[in-house]
Ligand binder design. Structure first.
Ligand code: SF4
Length: 253
């Protein structure tokens, strides 16, 4: 039997709402309720273009004009409620990419890109932790920098990077694969170009790994059919609200 896998998305979904985890990953009925999201389409489009821009082997997407042409080709229109909303998002994406390309051209190149959209895996016994990183850059001193693009964000702080579970998971995955390297994690807020980095010590990573193992065991052993949905602010934006209403009485807070 294949070992179960947990990813940062699965872990954050469970922490936000275990019932949501059930409908997303455990119970097949959830898939009928999923709706396309404009922010997901927008983020996926930008990620695809940035992957091509930073790929030195993809020589066709290196100038401003080529990046914008790739953007038009890659555009995903699912989930937008109107042509106006989509046109506004398309314009924002153009601005984001234009600024990103300009910043890369203006900045001295201190690191080379080692991985793009690469999945890493770490065996944690009863399950494997997996995570797909947007980009990993390597500096001359051997330091590896995980770069995570956030397409909806204007700003980011060092505390936010340090407390982000996904960034912790990526550091754990990279550090276990490259134990001799310094590893740091960076969130790049694409709407402003602002970025912040954080790095865990070896002791912090060991503690984090233990916490992820404990949480992973809870996720794997949860009795999902018995979970009772509890109303929370998240429910207002959740695709599964009809499903939760159908199968259970809400415990209104
Ligand atoms: S509607 Fe609320 S309780 Fe139900 S899955 Fe979504 S967030 Fe969880």
């Amino acid at each position: 039997m294949r070992k179960p896998t947990l990813s940062p998305s699965k872990i954050t979904t469970y922490l936000a709402c275990p019932v949501k985890y059930r409908w997303t990953y455990v119970d097949d009925r959830g898939k009928w309720y999923l709706r396309s999201k404009s922010y997901y389409s927008f983020g996926t489009t930008l990620h695809r273009v940035l992957e091509r821009f930073h790929n030195e082997g993809d020589s066709g997407v290196s100038t401003q004009a080529e990046v914008l042409a790739a953007y038009e080709e890659s555009w995903i229109d699912a989930g937008f409620s109107s042509a106006e909303e989509m046109a506004e998002a398309f314009g924002e994406g153009k601005q984001i990419l234009t600024r990103h390309v300009q910043m890369q051209m203006d900045r001295p190149k201190l690191a080379k890109t080692l991985f793009l959209e690469r999945q890493f895996r770490w065996d944690m016994g009863e399950f494997a932790l997996i995570g797909r990183v947007d980009r990993v850059d390597e500096y001359e001193d051997g330091t590896l920098e995980i770069v995570d693009y956030k397409s909806g964000r204007e700003s980011v702080s060092q505390e936010e990077v340090a407390s982000d579970i996904a960034m912790g998971c990526y550091q754990l995955l990279l550090k276990r694969k490259f134990p001799d390297r310094q590893v740091k994690a960076t969130i790049l807020a694409l709407r402003s170009g602002e970025s912040c980095s954080s790095s865990m010590t070896d002791a912090e990573l060991n503690d984090f790994e233990r916490d992820i193992h404990t949480l992973g065991m809870e996720i794997l052993n949860e009795d999902y059919p018995d979970l009772i949905p509890v109303y929370k602010p998240l429910c207002g934006r959740c695709d599964f609200i009809p499903l939760c209403r159908k199968h259970h009485e809400y415990q209104e807070l």
